[in-house]
Design a protein around this ligand. Structure first.
Ligand code: FAQ
Length: 313
């Protein structure tokens, strides 16, 4: 069968909501887009452990420490499911790590911002995990089977993450003047970077058209960003806090909140590697890779020994 017919059959499957599985025929560009997005998503989960990991040893109570450790461990698990999903498309894990360490592969801009106070843990849970879920609920219905299935489990854990973040800020918001100020300051610093997580505006989004046609993405960057603003603009009222945007207001005609201009120059600077923590984050990942070499070697030696034993038996 010619490539043209195969492409037509492939698109028919997508239109009929039939999942694409690893051994099915797929256009090369579909494979590449999925490898790009899934591996970048995996890298985001792994690099995303660093900003919160920074506060594990300084959590204010045993309960908060246990919650934070569990959350950071969950992110590691998400990264592993996602690397495994990308491997089903023929990309080796080693190649994915090489691409991250060389700076070729991207990861979410949000993780290049510093975590300055304890309140940042709450703000990350509420705003960063909140933005992540908004995008990831859509991805539970993405067309590539292994990615969609990984996202179902990830979303269950992410919704717990968001609730714990909100609850942590809730406690601060009911506390002393100093605690309330910490809470507001964290919201002020994380709000705009959280909005950037959804990616560039639709007219600048180079991948969206094909990703929507192939149902890798089901909603555009701007649609999801608007959904997020509408949700958070209501939730912030419960905290008795404000969002740092003088242009935020309900638009009755649109039935959505209007919001101010995002600093796209800042976004692209961060994506290009010039954010506040880009260098530090990559250095930490490279160091972990180098220092973990003995673990990989030991695991490999053990696997080889098992194989030899099994053959002999
Ligand atoms: N940061 O054409 P589009 C989490 C790049 S997980 C950096 O619109 P696309 C959990 C984009 O790659 C958070 N780069 O791209 C957690 C593309 O460049 P390329 C991660 C960005 O793929 C919580 C170029 O700009 N979530 O937070 C960003 O169609 C707490 C043009 O953009 C996912 O990865 C950005 N924000 O749409 C962990 C979800 N935005 O690759 C720890 C899966 C765009 O062509 C603690 N990914 N770029 O060179 C997606 O849904 C999509 O990839 C988008 C971007 C929506 C992120």
């Amino acid at each position: 069968m010619g490539t043209h017919n195969l492409e037509e059959l492939f698109q028919n499957k997508i239109d009929l909501e039939i999942k694409i599985e690893p051994k099915n025929w797929m256009p090369e560009a579909y494979r590449k887009t999925n490898i790009r997005q899934i591996s970048q998503h995996a890298h985001s989960e792994i690099v995303g452990m660093l900003p919160e990991g920074n506060w594990i040893s300084r959590a204010p109570s045993l309960k908060r420490k246990a919650i934070l450790i569990a959350k950071v461990q969950d992110e590691a698990g998400h990264g592993l499911y996602l690397y495994a999903a990308a491997e089903t498309l023929g990309q080796s894990r080693e190649q994915m790590f090489n691409d991250l360490h060389s700076g070729k592969a991207k990861y979410s801009s949000i993780f290049n911002y510093p975590t300055l106070t304890w309140a940042d843990m709450g703000a990350i849970g509420w705003l960063v995990d909140g933005a992540a879920i908004m995008n990831q609920v859509m991805l539970t219905r993405t067309s590539y089977g292994p990615y969609a299935r990984a996202m179902v489990r990830i979303c269950k854990e992410e919704s717990f993450h968001q609730r714990q973040g909100f609850e942590s800020l809730w406690v601060l918001s009911k506390g002393s003047e100093e605690q309330r100020a910490l809470c507001q300051d964290a919201i002020n610093r994380w709000w705009w970077p959280a909005l950037m997580m959804f990616g560039p505006i639709d007219s600048e989004s180079t991948n969206s058209d094909m990703s929507m046609k192939w149902k890798i993405k089901r909603k555009t960057n701007d649609e999801l960003r608007q959904q997020f603003v509408d949700m958070i603009a209501e939730q912030v009222k419960l905290l008795g806090m404000t969002l740092p945007d003088p242009n935020l207001r309900w638009n009755e005609a649109r039935k959505h909140y209007d919001f101010g201009e995002i600093n796209w120059d800042e976004f692209w600077q961060v994506v290009k590697g010039n954010g506040p923590c880009n260098k530090e984050r990559l250095e930490a990942r490279k160091k972990a890779w180098e220092q973990g070499a003995w673990v990989r070697e030991a695991a490999q030696a053990y696997a080889n020994k098992q194989r030899t034993r099994n053959k002999a038996a």
